[in-house]
Ligand binder design. Structure first.
Ligand code: M7G
Length: 337
């Protein structure tokens, strides 16, 4: 898949084409056995009841013709829900079947030019679909297209404004605990270091459909449960961060044949989910949230902590907040914006 994200609907399609060209042929496709077989349900896809047949649309939160996705707010069996629909990239290995097994409808013919509507076989015409249900008001805001503002947060602001807010208002991290406890997505785990101090679970981010490597997106979730974000990191965490960096890169090389030089490894600040995790994406993929105003390279984080153990406790950090984010309101109330 390309992306199933909220805000950063930047102009990436042509960039992806370049990335595609750049990538080694061997690193181009996720090996079929991994992509389509062993990763279990939800990957090649076990048949599921169509829970969306009763979905009632309330509003379109955002959409993008270029990204070919749409974020919809609605109701599923009387519960608030967000549904994300996204057309997936056309994979090279499906071309033969597309050419031989499709129906063609002619739109126009003019000299040497002709355009058609091609109706591919249903299994080659899938739409990646993400359902959040029951969705909270915060989810609806997260996916709604809206203006952003850059916030400047000192260490003091963090303790007096941000921390009290996130302690009351953040998204549940139940899905993270489910992963760590193998109650969900266990078959998707790419690598695990079970050590309680420096250990982590590496698995595909749910934005990635794992069909092709050029938009690879994995997350490493730490086993420790008391590290909320970048702000909580001190030099005590260097062994944890180095372990994630080293073993995460090795696991990706082994599984996807992608070398470290092709990876962007970073943390978000602010994250959406306050349980420390690290993002691993391909360098050429313009992943949502990988801009300088939100992404902090893991390599830099480690170096900063090596040079100052309290770096992230003291440092002024900058990040964007959406217009109707409650945290933005708190910064305004405090006269910091
Ligand atoms: P973040 O920086 O906290 O927030 O990253 P963001 O979503 O604003 O980037 C959390 C990451 O976890 C994101 O890249 C999400 O796509 C991913 N993610 C979120 N959920 C709820 C799940 C999930 O249930 N499973 C998996 N595998 N990834 C998820």
């Amino acid at each position: 898949m390309k992306r199933a994200a909220e805000s950063n609907m930047a102009d990436t399609a042509s960039k992806r084409e370049t990335d595609r060209d750049e990538a080694d042929e061997s690193a181009h496709k996720v090996k079929r056995t991994e992509a389509d077989g062993e990763n279990g349900p939800g990957h090649d896809g076990e048949e599921s009841e169509n829970i969306l047949s009763g979905f009632k649309t309330s509003s379109v939160l955002s959409d993008s013709a270029r990204e070919k996705n749409i974020f919809i707010h609605g109701k599923l069996a009387d519960q608030e829900a967000v549904v994300i629909l996204e057309k997936t990239p056309i994979r090279e290995e499906t071309l033969a079947e597309i050419f031989s097994g499709s129906r063609l409808k002619l739109d126009l013919r003019n000299d040497i030019y002709s355009t058609y509507r091609l109706q591919a076989p249903p299994h080659l015409n899938e739409i990646k679909t993400t359902v959040v249900c029951p969705a909270t008001e915060k989810h609806i805001k997260k996916y709604k297209r809206q203006e952003s503002f850059l916030v400047e947060e000192t260490g003091t602001d963090y303790r007096s404004i941000t921390l009290p807010y996130i302690q009351k208002q953040s998204f549940s991290v139940q899905w993270v605990h489910n992963i760590l406890e193998k109650k969900a997505e266990a078959e998707r785990v790419v690598y695990e270091d079970p050590d309680p101090e420096v250990g982590f679970v590496l698995l595909p981010d749910f934005k990635w459909d794992q069909k092709q490597v050029h938009d690879l997106y994995l997350i490493a979730i730490v086993h420790q449960r008391n590290i909320r974000s970048l702000r909580d990191l001190t030099s005590d965490h260097i062994p944890l961060l180095q372990n994630i960096f080293q073993k995460g890169k090795e696991a990706i090389l082994q599984r996807y044949e992608l070398p470290a030089s092709k990876l962007r490894v970073y943390l978000h600040y602010q994250p959406s989910y306050y349980h420390l995790h690290v993002h691993f994406t391909t360098l050429g993929y313009d992943a949502p949230g990988c801009g300088v105003e939100r992404a902090h390279l893991l390599a830099d984080v480690i170096q900063n902590l090596q040079s100052d153990p309290q770096y992230y406790e003291k440092r002024t950090l900058y990040f964007p907040l959406r217009a109707d984010d409650g945290l933005l309101g708190k910064f305004k109330e405090a006269g910091r914006l």
